[in-house]
Every structure is written in structure tokens, then in C-alpha cells.
Design a binder for this molecule. Structure first.
Ligand SMILES: Cc1cc2nc3c(=O)[nH]c(=O)nc-3n(C[C@H](O)[C@H](O)[C@H](O)COP(=O)(O)O)c2cc1C
Length: 186
């Protein structure tokens, strides 16, 4: 089981694509979406949380602190927050576990499981960097939404797939979502 959290940053398409791919790959997912993310899903992609629920195995409301993912006794392997706001990163860095996402991230870090965070903000200020450093020092993986261009993307989908492929790489899930350096086959 992989927890996928979508927070209220631009670039919710990354989270949606990750969910679609994980379902295609037969992976079980628990989905959590914050209220600001719901607004951005509607604004950037014209979709609702209901449209997304079909891609996940279970869905939790972000204010549901009784969700199973909020307990260290519930065994799940990893969590991806994509995209992640600076607010959510700040809460995680400082142990402020006030919703189902920040609490689950707390659990993942304290249980020494895998946490992948995809921040989306630019430019960033010192406090953002300090918060990301705190999480990185605890073993969390900070994977900025910074598409590369060496694979010569021809459209937005290919740029999105690059980031989603890198997330899958971090989760050690085989994928061919982007053409790797010196790889002729996409
Ligand atoms: C259209 C829109 C785009 C936003 N984009 C970002 C962003 O890219 N990064 C960010 O840190 N905050 C962004 N915000 C602000 C967050 O949504 C806001 O800080 C919110 O409180 C985050 O709550 P959450 O982390 O619980 O989702 C955006 C807000 C709106 C309305």
C-alpha cells in the first residue's frame, strides 16, 4: 500500500498521473486530498475528488485523523506527497501533525518508512529550504517538480511523465515513463 497525498499547490496533474500509473501497475493506494487541492484540481484539470477516487484503493478525508494511515500499527510501505505546498512541508518538518497527511508523514518518518515529497513553489525563501533540509536529514526524499529536457519532451504529458517516472524510481517500481540518458527506447 502506497499513500498518495495531493495538496494545494500548482501541478496537481503530477499527483493524478501517479495515481493512474500506480493503478495500471496493480499497486494498492490510499488517497488523501486537502481542501485547497480540491480547488486546484477543479481549476487546473476540471476534475473533482470523486473523479479521482476510482484510481485509489481507499480514500480518506484529509481531516479524518482516525484514518488507518495515521497509525504506525497500520503497515504501509511508503508515502508520496505530490504536489506538496510549502505549508504542508512546514508542518511535516516541525512535527505539526494536524491533518491526515501531515500525521501520516509523521508516522512514515518515525517508523523509518519511505517518504517522497514533491515540492512546488518558486522562488523559495530560506525557511522553505530549511524545512526541506530538516525532512531530508530525517531520510525524507525531496524530489522537486523540475522536469528535465535531455529526453526532449514534445508535450506536457512527457514532462509530467518524467517527474512521475522519477517518483516511481524512488519507490523502486520499474517503469519506462521517460527515455533515460543513453537509452534509445522510451
Ligand atoms: C491556484 C493556487 C495555486 C497555489 N499554488 C501553490 C504552490 O504552487 N505552492 C505552494 O506552496 N502553495 C500554493 N498555493 C497556496 C496553498 O494552497 C495554501 O498555502 C494552502 O493553505 C495549502 O494548504 P495544504 O497544504 O493543506 O493544501 C496555491 C493556492 C492557489 C489558490
Amino acid at each position: 500500500m502506497i499513500v498518495v497525498a495531493i495538496t494545494g499547490a500548482s501541478g496537481v496533474i503530477y499527483g493524478v498521473r501517479l495515481l493512474e500509473i500506480l493503478k495500471e501497475l496493480g499497486e494498492e493506494t490510499a488517497l488523501v486530498i486537502t481542501p485547497p487541492a480540491k480547488i486546484i484540481l477543479e481549476y487546473e484539470l476540471g476534475i473533482t475528488e470523486d473523479d479521482l477516487k476510482q484510481y485509489s484503493t481507499v480514500y480518506y478525508s484529509s481531516d479524518d485523523l482516525t484514518a488507518s494511515i495515521n497509525s504506525g500499527s497500520f503497515r504501509y510501505s511508503s508515502m508520496v506527497i505530490v504536489p506538496s505546498t510549502m505549508k504542508t512541508i512546514s508542518a511535516i518538518a516541525n512535527g505539526y501533525a494536524s491533518n491526515a497527511i501531515t500525521r501520516a508523514a509523521d508516522v512514515v518518518l518515525k517508523e523509518r518508512r519511505k517518504l517522497v515529497i514533491v515540492p512546488r513553489e518558486t522562488p523559495i525563501r530560506s525557511i522553505h529550504l530549511e524545512n526541506m533540509l530538516k525532512i531530508s536529514n530525517e531520510g525524507g526524499i525531496i524530489l522537486p517538480a523540475m522536469p528535465a529536457f535531455y529526453h526532449k519532451p514534445e508535450n506536457i504529458d512527457e514532462m509530467v511523465n518524467f517527474i512521475v517516472g522519477k517518483i516511481l524510481d524512488m519507490l523502486e517500481i520499474d517503469n519506462h515513463l521517460f527515455r533515460r540518458w543513453h537509452d534509445e527506447n522510451p
